[in-house]
Ligand binder design. Structure first.
Ligand SMILES: Cc1cc2nc3c(=O)[nH]c(=O)nc-3n(C[C@H](O)[C@H](O)[C@H](O)COP(=O)(O)OP(=O)(O)OC[C@H]3O[C@@H](n4cnc5c(N)ncnc54)[C@H](O)[C@@H]3O)c2cc1C
Length: 497
């Protein structure tokens, strides 16, 4: 049998129909396995469970009908990851079927046509995904198809906490203490040996979805730097354990080179499960500060999901309802300078240019760049959150929203408003030679460490300064750091009366 679009199929809401090559053949499968943010074979509960029940169809649905949703960088990543997942599933006997449209329409139609017993997926955490899953459940209400959802991809599924408490946690430390008391997580499940797939042909392919940029091709460096997919994730984890876990607690703050795990895009796309990462650390025999620090970073991922689960409007509404809104400035040109990495503040610009080139920037630089936008430029944190969501290959709605709220002082356990990162001091502390800054801001290549993070202070007679023209933002940054800091603190004081 094979998938084709037929004239009759247009009667279906989904516009697809199953035609068999042998018309007498009765089509019937056990499970439709709906892949979303779990693009892997290993430790994949829906896949593993379905594999032992009989014939199955693995499915991925492109839900972005307009093609205009943010997450451009993550879509690029996903296109690559899906290609690899399809190959891996094909090797086991069940290629991935691609569709485009509304899952709440496509999946029920598909289930009826295939006479599938069940649709299996992972629980969603993001509110939009939860809405889609709720609509799907409604659409299946009167049909003989069961929808089975497995716990979301966390060490402790957000729905399971807080157990025995009346309200969700607002502070990380007690949250993580309580979470740790429920660890270790179950051991990761192995990849199924084989899958009983059904032969089919579908009319959709990720190659036609425009997720790979062409003109302009902004993903060229990302292609060279990253290896999306499960194999890339496992190799990166091995490399991290062998070369970077030792000294992680200190090294993670150094932006030059690979000092942290760089696993975030793989985790955000579900190419590796947090349980696999957790057990790899456990089995590595690592002890002490490096181990604890790394596991607590995984804890922040859990905490962010906890916040989003209990506060579905986390992306737009401040968690701290008691704090008044800042008098945000509508300053399009400063926002643009920040987005393009042209503010004249070296560490901020390096981070923002790295973001455009690699879809990533290290945690320390994320904090500095975000603080600069929100506090020195007094631009609404939601604008920063949105820009990150479009440009990060590791975009995760929970971690992104929670982190921006934290920086802006509105979040749970937030950094207070008066904590304003000084990008010059941060640069001099964590990038003392200026190697990171120079890698992304080549205009500063000639400056010595003394001036590389504060080029506007270099004497104009200095030959090193030759490459920085009069009009360069590195002579006149978009804001004076001292004055803009004072403006932010004054705004805060006036709001508090
Ligand atoms: C403004 C801002 C926005 C952010 N947006 C995102 C985002 O969209 N997606 C995302 O995954 N992380 C986000 N982070 C958190 C953090 O910066 C990245 O997870 C980290 O830099 C990824 O690099 P890594 O994989 O090498 O991390 P490692 O240091 O190796 O940490 C291991 C894993 O722990 C998790 N983690 C680490 N730090 C944090 C944190 N502070 N909060 C939540 N999880 C964490 C990640 O899954 C990471 O892969 C954001 C931070 C800030 C300040």
């Amino acid at each position: 049998m094979m998938w084709t679009e037929t004239p009759e199929s247009r009667d279906n809401q989904s516009g697809i129909s199953l035609t068999t090559t042998d018309t007498n053949e009765e089509t019937s499968i056990s499970s439709i396995v709906w892949f979303r943010n779990n693009l892997r074979l290993c430790d994949n509960l829906p896949l593993r469970d379905s594999a032992r029940r009989g014939p199955l169809l693995p499915v991925f649905i492109n839900e972005d009908l307009s093609g205009t949703e943010p997450e451009g960088a993550r879509r690029w990543w996903r296109a690559r990851s899906l290609g690899r997942l399809d190959k891996s599933l094909s090797r086991l006997g069940a290629p991935l079927a691609f569709f485009r449209g509304d899952p709440a329409v496509i999946l029920p139609d598909l289930a009826m046509q295939l006479k599938a017993d069940r649709i299996v997926a992972m629980d969603a955490v993001d509110p939009e995904d939860r809405r889609i899953q709720a609509r799907l459940a409604e659409a299946l209400a009167n049909r003989p198809v069961e929808i089975h959802r497995f716990p979301a991809d966390y060490l402790i599924p957000p729905a399971d906490l807080p157990a025995g408490r009346t309200s969700p946690w607002k502070v990380f430390t007690p949250f993580w203490r309580a979470a740790q008391s429920r660890l270790p997580p179950p051991y990761p499940l192995p990849t199924p040996d084989r899958l009983d797939g059904i032969p089919f042909q579908c009319t959709e392919s990720p190659d036609d979805w425009g997720w790979e940029p062409k003109r302009p091709d902004w993903a060229a460096e990302m292609r060279a730097f990253w290896t999306p997919g499960e194999e890339g994730a496992l190799n990166l984890l091995k490399d991290f354990l062998e070369n970077r876990l030792e000294n992680y607690a200190v090294g993670r703050d150094v932006p030059d080179g690979k000092t942290s795990s760089f696993l975030s895009p793989h985790l955000a796309n579900g190419e590796i499960s947090p349980r696999t990462v957790w057990w790899a650390i456990e089995n590595s025999g690592a002890v002490g500060a490096d181990r604890e620090k790394f596991l607590s970073e995984l804890g922040w991922r859990e905490f962010s999901a906890h916040l989003l689960w209990h506060h579905p409007d986390l992306s737009t509404e401040p968690l701290r309802k008691d704090l008044p809104e800042m008098p945000w400035r509508e300053d399009g040109s400063s926002l643009l300078a920040w987005q393009k990495g042209q503010t004249g503040i070296p560490l901020v610009d390096a981070g923002m240019r790295q973001l455009r080139r690699l879809g990533f920037l290290p945690n320390r630089v994320r904090m500095v760049a975000a603080s600069f936008l929100v506090k020195n430029l007094l631009v609404d944190w939601r604008k920063g959150r949105e820009w990150f969501s479009d440009n990060l290959v590791d975009h995760d709605p929970a971690s992104n929203a929670a982190s921006w709220q934290w920086i802006a002082g509105y979040g749970a356990d937030a950094s207070p408003w008066f904590r304003i990162f000084n990008p010059v001091l941060q640069g001099e502390k964590f990038d003392p030679d200026g190697r990171y800054v120079k890698a992304f801001v080549p205009e500063l290549a000639g400056l010595s460490p003394r001036y590389v993070h504060r080029p506007w202070t270099a004497p104009s007679t200095l030959p090193e300064k030759a490459g920085i023209g009069e009009q360069s933002p590195y002579r006149n940054p978009v804001v004076d750091l001292g004055l803009s800091r004072k403006r932010a603190l004054d705004a805060w004081s006036s709001l508090r009366g």
